[in-house]
Design a protein around this ligand. Structure first.
Ligand code: PAF
Length: 280
């Protein structure tokens, strides 16, 4: 495993793989790694010759300075996990490496993808994600980049920048990894205490029930029922719970075939934002 900080060193190192026509897989992270990230790396290792994982906490995607300050930074543990899973290259740039003084922000149009759901609640967030992912793709030039479905809206944003800038990278969206109780794995989960983390299974259980309920109720009634289930829980505030078209993110009025719509939920649970989604 090689740890590299400078984009130029990274480019030189990857040049050999490129010349030899070797496939490069990439997993972009902000650290605080969990099983979900590790599963992305495992998949990349199966499908590529070289796997690069970046750890960079991108200030441009935080619209709340408290959230940035409180973001977990267990770098020693992250490096240990990445070594254990057999990551080939860890890209660990600092702020100036990603945004040097000479850096000029590219014009990015997210065609409204950034103005709904997460984008409404976190203005500027997806613009920041788009900027950093574009920059990371420029550094790594991966053949395939792996992202988790938990951040579903983010995967649409990344596909949009790949299209907009003709980036020759395939975006692979990977299944959500869950704790045994069904809670979607997330770097933020470590802010829950053990009891809260165990109890947070109610979110996935609600989604599973919602999937059943839409077979017999209207979408509106099924969502009201699901919201009531969530609101019975102590410490819960709902940021949103909706059923959307997975391409446009517009609310669905009725369902067509099974698994062609997406239920998305974000709850604030004892101050920790938990995202989840499921095809309906
Ligand atoms: O999903 C994340 O961890 C981040 O949004 C990403 C894609 C690494 C960009 O900073």
């Amino acid at each position: 495993m090689i740890v590299i900080k400078s984009p130029v060193d990274l480019e030189n190192l990857l040049l050999k793989s490129r010349v030899d026509n070797k496939k490069i897989g990439f997993v972009a992270t902000m650290g605080a790694l969990h099983g979900g990230h590790i599963s992305l790396i495992e998949r990349s290792k199966i499908e590529n010759d070289t796997t690069v994982c970046s750890i960079f906490i991108n200030p441009k995607q935080f619209n709340n300075s408290n959230d940035l300050e409180n973001y977990p930074k267990p770098i020693e543990n992250d490096l240990k996990l990445l070594t254990e899973v057999g990551t080939d290259i860890i890209f660990l740039p600092n702020y100036e490496d990603i945004y040097p003084e000479t850096y000029i922000e590219p014009e990015i149009n997210l065609y409204g993808l950034d103005n709904v759901l997460e984008g409404l609640i976190r203005p500027g967030h997806f613009k920041g994600v788009a900027l950093v992912v574009k920059r990371l793709f420029d550094c790594v030039k991966p053949d395939i980049a792996y992202f988790g479905q938990k951040d579903y809206q983010q995967t649409l944003v990344i596909k949009e920048i790949v299209k907009q800038f003709n980036i020759p990278t395939e975006v692979a969206v990977c299944n959500i990894l869950r704790d045994e109780n069904g809670l979607a794995m997330s770097s933020r989960n470590i802010r829950l205490n053990n009891e809260q983390r165990e109890h947070a299974s109610f979110i996935y259980n609600m989604l599973l029930q919602l999937k059943e309920d839409v077979k017999v109720l209207t979408i509106k009634d099924a969502l009201i029922k699901a919201e009531n289930v969530l609101l019975k829980e102590e410490g819960v505030q709902i940021d949103y719970l909706t059923i959307v078209n997975p391409q446009t993110l517009l609310p669905e009025e009725s369902l067509t075939t099974e698994n062609s719509s997406l239920a998305l939920v974000v709850v604030n649970y004892f101050g920790v934002r938990l995202l989840d989604n499921i095809y309906i």
